[in-house]
Design a protein around this ligand. Structure first.
Ligand code: NAP
Length: 311
């Protein structure tokens, strides 16, 4: 419930000045972040904890102290498929930021459980961490997010859906090949076009939609860059490292042998994702994120320069 006396703050916690967030005062202030132990949840916990109390739902004991150190006021240890654990975590929170763990065959079931419990508890605001273009049926982890979005619409809970582009941080996985061999390898066409987004901008946008009152019943695509090819990304690494880095397509069989430790579901989904990326890339538009943040989103060139400096 929103009470009178909204205040205007400027937050600087993400390394750059962002526009003031209109903070509203709620009777219950805590916000639950599910899937909080992963890279998305950690980034959001760090940003949101500067302005609001966070309850972090984590899967592993070692993540509890990590999330506390990032600012979480409360940590619930459990499994998102466990009704009792989810019910306990939702008690007393005013909003939920739902992050489904990556590549889950039961993403729709997990979403259903969290939405039902949110509805039963009278949660005021449900924010779903979705993905850019969940409409793509040939990518099951995108399609599952669309099904969850549909359940949210039909729950009657005021919602906001955020659909982030691939994170710039994903490029860190290729660092060894870039620095040791001078090659940025991807298992799809190096001229397919992608929009990228800095996870810090995603966390900032999430904080804004959770803290301002005007973002209910909205769906926002979060892309931080214009469509860019991996050949162009390799050029950015070349400039930042002051040596030639070339983009190269990795054969699927080579990728499969490197990815041998993945679950069968993750392996199959990633292959389908690479096939889609090969044909179509994943291109979005930066206007919505720019409007939400009140500033230009982080550029890929700047992010890569930061990577090279060791940030
Ligand atoms: N990466 C991108 O570019 C991108 C872009 C847009 C959207 N997304 C979406 O963002 C979401 C989060 O991705 P992420 O990379 O941040 O995830 P992540 O790093 O894989 O983190 C997921 C967290 O959830 C935990 N978890 C796993 N199974 C669980 C369960 N049954 N109950 C409770 N917690 C469980 C994991 O713990 P364990 O370590 O114990 O498994 C991990 O701490 C995904 O849905 C993804 O599709 C990603």
């Amino acid at each position: 419930m929103v009470l009178a006396g909204a205040a205007h703050f400027v937050i600087e916690n993400m390394g750059g000045l962002v526009r003031g967030i209109i903070l509203h005062h709620y009777t219950s202030t805590m916000i639950l972040i599910t899937g909080a132990g992963g890279k998305t949840g950690r980034s959001l916990t760090a940003a949101l904890s500067t302005v609001e109390s966070v309850c972090a739902f984590v899967h592993r004991e070692e993540h509890a102290s990590l999330l506390k150190a990032l600012g979480a006021k409360k940590v619930v240890l459990g499994d998102l498929r466990d009704l009792t654990a989810v019910r306990e975590a939702i008690q007393g929170v005013r909003a939920i930021y739902h992050i489904c763990p990556n590549m889950r065959p039961d993403e729709v079931e997990i979403g259903k459980l969290v939405i039902n419990e949110a509805k039963n508890a009278g949660t005021e605001h449900f924010v779903h961490h979705s993905v850019l273009h969940p409409q793509i049926e040939t990518m099951p982890h995108h399609w599952a997010k669309l099904r969850v979005e549909e359940m949210i619409f039909q729950s009657g809970i005021p919602f906001t859906i955020l659909q982030p582009a691939p994170y710039m941080q994903n490029l860190q996985a290729g660092w060894k090949g870039i620095t040791e061999e001078g090659v940025l390898r991807v298992p799809y066409a190096v001229d397919s076009k992608f929009s990228f987004v800095d996870l810090k901008d995603v966390a900032q946008a999430a904080t804004i939609v959770l803290m301002e009152k005007d973002h209910k019943n909205a769906v926002y695509e979060l892309a931080g860059t214009l469509p860019t090819t991996h050949r162009e990304v390799a050029g950015m690494f070349s400039r930042a490292l002051k040596r030639e880095i070339r983009a190269e397509r990795e054969e699927m069989e080579t990728w499969k042998s490197r990815a041998a430790g993945l679950s069968a579901y993750a392996m199959e989904n990633l292959i389908r994702m690479f096939e889609y990326y090969d044909a179509w890339g994943l291109a979005g538009n930066t206007k919505v994120l720019q409007w939400l943040l009140g500033k230009e989103p982080a550029s890929l060139e700047t992010f890569i320069e930061g990577m090279v400096r060791g940030n």
